[in-house]
Design a protein around this ligand. Structure first.
Ligand SMILES: NC(=O)c1ccc[n+]([C@@H]2O[C@H](COP(=O)([O-])OP(=O)(O)OC[C@H]3O[C@@H](n4cnc5c(N)ncnc54)[C@H](OP(=O)(O)O)[C@@H]3O)[C@@H](O)[C@H]2O)c1
Length: 242
């Protein structure tokens, strides 16, 4: 091989390697280690699916009895525990270093205090273990958004909203960059139906949103400083109104 040909091949190799490593580094920088509480549920499974599609590594906190069928075949790490047991939350967060924690829990059979307790425990151990971002799904009706919640239904929901408010406060007080996403009416979209869910900083925004849309919006906030320390209302104006 001539000297000129060797030089050409070496230059080509460096160029190809350079492009490959810079692409790999970019993908690696944005890929996060994500822990999802409630990941086996309706909303949580949409978050997990969207996070995997976006290239993140996902661990899912489930009870031994949780139905895992919504996540069948997906590459997730399972961490078993009960979110109301502090030692279980501590063990989950100490099992590896997580960049991001998502709370998409629903209370199943528990009382409304579930949201206050789970919010406090997750925030406490996320802080203690150096988590970089905390995303909490909450409800319209909490805090100042109570004024847009239909008055005739508010009284029956007041205790739940109070407990969810305590969960929000724990997340904010943790000092971890947080994103709180509230929804008012959560529905499933049929497959192939477009999702037009959006995040609004206007805390008087009220409307329906799909679990799929919420999953997509949650993942769009991962690592995005435009979402840090913000409370959003998620609404899909394309879904029928109140
Ligand atoms: N439906 C609406 O219109 C509406 C409106 C506003 C807000 N929301 C809120 O949106 C959130 C998500 O709703 P969803 O219907 O998608 O929830 P979901 O399907 O009921 O999922 C709840 C998830 O939380 C898990 N979980 C419950 N208790 C747990 C515990 N002690 N330890 C660990 N995991 C536990 C469940 O696991 P298990 O299978 O083990 O129980 C499940 O994975 C809820 O907070 C709901 O209140 C709903």
């Amino acid at each position: 091989m001539t000297c000129r040909r060797r030089l050409f091949l070496a230059t080509l190799l460096f160029a190809v390697l350079g492009t490959w490593t810079s692409q790999y580094a970019a993908a690696d920088e944005t890929a996060k280690q994500v822990l999802v509480f409630g990941g086996s549920g309706g909303l949580g499974s949409e978050v997990v699916r969207a996070a995997i599609t976006a290239g993140h590594s996902v661990a899912v906190f489930v009870r031994p009895t949780s139905d895992r069928r919504r996540l069948a075949g997906l590459p997730v790490t399972w961490i078993e525990g009960d979110v109301l047991v502090e030692a279980d939350v501590q063990r989950a967060l100490q099992s590896q270093r997580f960049d991001v924690v998502v709370d998409a829990l629903g209370r199943s059979e528990a009382g409304v205090e579930f949201f206050a307790i789970s919010g406090r425990l997750i925030s406490k151990w996320a802080k203690a273990t150096g988590v970089g971002q905390l995303l909490l799904h909450s409800s319209v009706g909490v805090g100042v958004s109570r004024k847009v919640y239909p008055q005739n239904r508010f009284d029956s929901m007041a205790a739940l909203f109070r407990a969810k408010g305590e969960g929000e406060e724990a997340v904010i007080a943790s000092g971890i960059p947080y994103t709180i996403i509230r929804n008012a009416v959560l529905r499933n979209l049929p497959p192939n139906t477009p999702d037009n869910a959006q995040l609004f900083e206007d805390e008087s925004k009220f409307g329906m949103v799909s679990r799929r849309g919420l999953g997509r919006l949650t993942v769009s906030c991962i690592g995005s400083d435009t979402c840090y320390n913000r409370i959003f209302h998620a609404v899909d104006d394309g879904m029928s109104g109140r």
